[in-house]
Design a protein around this ligand. Sequence first.
Ligand SMILES: CC(C)(COP(=O)(O)OP(=O)(O)OC[C@H]1O[C@@H](n2cnc3c(N)ncnc32)[C@H](O)[C@@H]1OP(=O)(O)O)[C@@H](O)C(=O)NCCC(=O)NCCS
Length: 187
Amino acid sequence: MTPLPPIETERLILRPFRQSDLAPFAALNGDPEIMRHFPRTLSRDETAALIERIEATRARDGVCFEAVEEKATGELVGMVGLNAPDFEAHFTPCMEIGWRLARSAWGKGYATEAARARLATAFAPAAEGGLDLDEVVAFTAQDNAPSRAVMARLGMTRDPADDFDHPALALGSPLRRMVLYRIRRAA
Ligand SMILES: CC(C)(COP(=O)(O)OP(=O)(O)OC[C@H]1O[C@@H](n2cnc3c(N)ncnc32)[C@H](O)[C@@H]1OP(=O)(O)O)[C@@H](O)C(=O)NCCC(=O)NCCS
């Protein structure tokens, strides 16, 4: 499938990852504060492997998480985008939207701005370059309040009956219990 073309918002560019993103993305993935709702931080090699997996998925399916570049500085400030989760749950197959930003990029509305642009792509008709989807989901560890706030700002809503245990996370881990938010095209 042809990859989604990069997209520009007021302050950001969403585009595929490049080799030059490795250092700043590894710094971000190695920051325990940024990764506190994930099982652990990632090393530089794990970040390189993650970039490879993301770009291979994009080449195969046309869609995956994207690098987020700040227009004013040209710097990589994080990762946002659509992604088809590869685990089985009551709501899969589906398309999720997710985000992870460098600490210096928090508190500026960047996650919401980037995600809003990609939700528009998700719901746009194919004839306009969109994915023509009916629904997009997002999920996160129950106590990840900043991420849940992004979901709420985007107009996504949670039904507690959709909460689930992430199959890739260890039994007994406090991170395993996830909240699921959904948004439908009409919203
Ligand atoms: C989740 C995460 C991306 C949220 O970042 P965030 O900065 O809180 O969210 P946004 O980018 O949407 O910014 C919103 C904040 O910017 C503020 N803001 C400042 N200027 C703004 C502007 N011009 N437009 C919009 N909001 C603005 C908002 O008021 C809001 O602040 P508040 O939370 O104090 O009310 C960030 O906490 C993160 O990277 N966490 C670690 C990774 C992670 O857990 N990812 C999710 C895994 S599922």
